[in-house]
Design a protein around this ligand. Sequence first.
Ligand SMILES: [Zn+2]
Length: 198
Amino acid sequence: MPGPALAKPKLTAAVQKQRALVAHVDAVSDRVLAEGKVHIAAGAPSDAEVRKELEAARKHGAKLPTGESVAAFEAAAAQTEEPAPDAVTPIAPWNPREKPIASWIVPVLEWAVEHGWHGAVTSGYRTRYEQAQLNAAGLFSAPAGLSNHETTVYPGGAVDVTDPGLLIQLLKAYNGPRKLIGGVLGAVDPEHFSATGD
Ligand SMILES: [Zn+2]
């Protein structure tokens, strides 16, 4: 539960606007990715860009399927996705979808699990490929790099989780050097946690 509005520091209109945008982008992105609804819209990114990506992937020895259709590219990219620096993929009951997560966040979640949180990560580090798909699908017009899901290096990095209410409560007692904050983005994106909350 977010604290009472009066207890919050006063935010500038710009910060509020930014947070609202982040919340919207994040919520829409995660929903769409979770449902597997993303398709690269015709012409965006340009076919030239897709071909360039394919060429780069081949140069790096990626095994690509025959055909240069968007579907073939999607399948290939899903198999050859490189892990991000400072992202890890914990194999744990709280990460059932084996999401890559900014490594600094992992010990915080492990601590929470030890202290009674039974939720799970639904979204962690969003790969450039996922982000490109979202951008290409024209779901929103936010500039790349806006979401903490796109970064891994502290204070960047974000996770979305189930049972966020209990996690927020438990984390109040966490004494580690790097805090994980939730509940900042409000009702639009209640499950989102990061170093700053947005
Ligand atoms: Zn999020």
